[in-house]
Ligand binder design. Structure first.
Ligand code: AMP
Length: 208
């Protein structure tokens, strides 16, 4: 049995066609079902539906053989413990700094609200900017509006969320897409099955 960890929402929706090309169609819809383990049209493949930030953890410990996770989440988790063989080119967006529309450019010390603490620390350190990072778990856009932080580090897709809150994107930190990650032991123990799946995904991606 191969277990693939995936999060609900955008990543699941965009991963579904890729999985289907490999003959993997879940027997339940995670948006409707409360099941956390989904059997699929392939007897040898099941999906576990978990929070995006938990995907690397499940794969690292071998609770899932494979996972689909955003590069943003993988950067925060630390990638050394996993193989990351494939960029699936789905759920694409940008990790950016953002602040008030008319705020001056950041110089000197800055307070940054984000859920990407390590990535933000690394980014500001590389640029020689002294940053105090405030960890938030959601609604980052609120932080500059209520004086909690000078700027935020968050994912931006259309920019509509920022715009609706009077903020604007400033610096691009990194282009983000979802990656296939593989447990290191599983890659050896279940090599044939995983290699076949990788090849299938690669073929589908090459045709796009
Ligand atoms: P948008 O308004 O289209 O710029 O989307 C921004 C909001 O969607 C922010 O709250 C982001 O955290 C979230 N978001 C955008 N792209 C992604 C993605 N690929 N994966 C997860 N969350 C995302």
């Amino acid at each position: 049995m191969l277990t693939i960890a995936v999060s609900k929402g955008r990543i699941y929706e965009e991963a579904l066609p890729l999985l289907q090309e490999a003959g993997i169609t879940p027997l339940d819809d995670p948006e409707k079902s409360r099941k956390l383990i989904l059997r699929t049209t392939r007897d040898d493949v099941q999906l576990v539906i978990i929070r995006a930030t938990d995907v690397p953890t499940f794969v690292e410990y071998g609770a899932a053989d494979l996972g689909i996770a955003g590069k943003d989440v993988l950067l925060e988790h630390g990638a050394e413990s996993l193989y990351e063989p494939l960029d699936l080119n789905i759920a694409c967006c940008k990790l950016m700094t953002a602040t008030h529309k008319d705020a001056p450019e950041i110089v000197g010390r800055v307070r940054v609200a984000t859920k990407y603490v390590k990535t933000a620390q690394r980014y500001f350190a590389q640029r020689g900017i002294q940053a105090e990072i405030i960890k938030l778990y959601g609604s980052m856009e609120l932080a500059p509006l209520v004086g909690l932080a000078d700027c935020i580090v968050d994912l931006v897709d259309t920019g509509n969320t920022l715009k609706a809150n009077g903020l604007e994107a400033r610096d691009l930190i990194m282009n983000i897409s979802s990656r296939l990650v593989v447990n290191k032991a599983a890659m050896k123990m279940k090599h044939q099955a995983i290699a076949a799946l990788l090849e299938q995904f690669e073929q589908t991606l090459a045709q796009r």
